[in-house]
Write a protein that binds this ligand. Structure first.
Ligand SMILES: C[S@@+](CC[C@H](N)C(=O)[O-])C[C@H]1O[C@@H](n2cnc3c(N)ncnc32)[C@H](O)[C@@H]1O
Length: 260
């Protein structure tokens, strides 16, 4: 048995130890822990159907993500992907001070942000990427050799982890796709330990006349929800978070906070 097989086994054991109800026979056969029945996907909106296509995972990280997100962040004024990752690590408090942090990356897609978060943890850190889409997770598992990273197929609206498990929770580029984003956020709060940090990168509805109406129409047709200024920060304040910070971009917003 080689070293990477040993480290793969160690990360799997660690992930099983974080679960609320570990399965009697864990299924890691596709390279990630599968906690959902075969074929079960999230709400069938147009946007989520695209996420679950076989094609998108092949071009997501190199083309779709940088082009789409950089435009939505107001390129060239907004942060590029590397700056966005650095900000996420900083707001989550990862780095030399917390080398052994347990981090959850909700709706991790092909693991692009998950791996960037792992770059901020030490040898004893653990970063768990969770997503519902099999194609995305297969790509994530294929592209990840980092022994601190493991993947779980599960639903962001019903996170399978114990309360207070994680030091840091990240959810980038996904809250607007989730049919019940407030329940998903409630779950992220639940799995975060007191003092732990949350960071979210999501859509932003520009504060223009009729934009609320337009936002509703976009959500109806595509399944992409546009969050108003103050919606996410308001939720976090009401959930007892402190040190709430936000950066506004053209059509996106990044929000970070610490759980009290
Ligand atoms: C645009 S990708 C984001 C990937 C990565 N976090 C990033 O920032 O580039 C959105 C991901 O959210 C996932 N997703 C949507 N609804 C979900 C849900 N209810 N539970 C878990 N994942 C979900 C999709 O499958 C997709 O992989």
């Amino acid at each position: 048995m080689n070293a990477s097989m040993l480290s793969g086994r160690a990360v799997r054991e660690r992930i099983l130890g974080l679960l609320d109800a570990p399965p009697a026979v864990p299924d890691f056969s596709a390279g990630y822990l599968d906690l959902l029945p075969p074929g079960e996907e999230a709400a069938p909106s147009i946007a989520q159907r695209v996420m679950e296509s076989a094609f998108l995972p092949q071009i997501y990280e190199r083309v779709w993500r940088p082009v789409g997100f950089n435009l939505a962040k107001g390129w060239p004024l907004g942060p590029d992907t590397a700056q966005e990752h650095a900000l996420a690590r900083a707001w989550l408090g990862l780095g030399a001070d917390r080398p052994d942090a347990n981090v959850l990356d909700v709706a991790c897609g092909p693991g692009n942000v998950t791996r960037a978060l792992a770059a901020g943890t030490g040898e004893d850190g653990l970063v768990v990427g969770l997503d519902v889409a099999e194609g995305m997770l297969a790509r994530a598992a294929r592209d990840t050799a980092d022994p601190r990273v493991g993947y779980v197929r599960g639903d962001a609206v019903d996170l399978p982890f114990r309360d207070g498990t994680f030091d840091a929770v990240c959810c980038f580029g996904a809250l607007y796709l989730i049919d019940d984003p407030w329940r998903a956020l409630d779950g992220m709060v639940r799995v975060l330990r007191p003092g732990g940090r949350l960071v979210v990168l999501t859509s932003r509805r520009p504060g223009l006349p009729l934009s609320r109406l337009g936002g509703r129409a976009i959500a109806e047709v595509s399944g992409v929800r546009l969050f108003g200024d103050g919606e996410i920060t308001g939720f976090l304040r009401a959930s007892g978070f402190e040190d709430i910070r936000r950066r506004r971009y053209a059509a996106m917003q990044m929000v970070g906070a610490t759980r009290t």
